[in-house]
Design a protein around this ligand. Structure first.
Ligand SMILES: [Fe+2]
Ligand SMILES: [Fe+2]
Length: 162
């Protein structure tokens, strides 16, 4: 998990988290902070353990945590009108992962998963599907004080919390 430790200490990573926090200062809905990233990492890893996912994608704990920690890293750009943050985050993750020394295969697995975390299409990878599910499971819609105003609540309220 050395590379996860390196990522958590990385200045570019921390700067992007600070940019998201600044854009979300007044946000009443779920935020995209380190708490969320870690919740998604832990849930995603739990899914992977529970479901004994095939390891044809060479997934391990470090790959799962890295994907989850980066899955929303470009969220601040969406507030600036740059488009879908899943795609933006995937591109930004690519640059960060190259700099941190991840190999091409690992970068491909992680960035593909990040790019589909908002919306799966049936062609996503095992990690993509798990990241999507973990992202949704991480949100406490059942006790959310702004349920009525949140468009996501209307489809997440029916989901299991486990
Ligand atoms: Fe997201
Ligand atoms: Fe997320």
């Amino acid at each position: 998990m050395q590379r996860v430790r390196t990522l958590l200490a990385d200045n570019e990573f921390k700067e992007n988290i600070a940019k998201i926090a600044s854009k979300e200062k007044e946000r009443q809905f779920c935020r995209h902070d380190l708490h969320h990233f870690l919740d998604v990492a832990r849930i995603c890893y739990q899914l992977w353990l529970e479901e004994k996912c095939p390891d044809q994608e060479n997934i391990d704990k470090e790959i799962i945590y890295t994907a989850a920690l980066l899955h929303d890293i470009g969220r601040w750009q969406e507030y600036d009108g740059a488009g879908d943050h899943a795609l933006i985050s995937s591109e930004m993750a690519h640059t960060i992962l190259e700099r941190l020394g991840f190999n091409r295969g690992e970068i491909s697995i992680i960035t593909q998963a990040i790019s589909v975390h908002r919306k799966i299409n049936g062609r996503e990878t095992v990690l993509g599907r798990m990241l999507y599910r973990a992202d949704k499971l991480s949100r406490l819609c059942h006790v959310c004080p702004v349920q009525d105003e949140c468009y996501k609540y209307h489809y997440l309220k029916e989901q299991d919390i486990y």
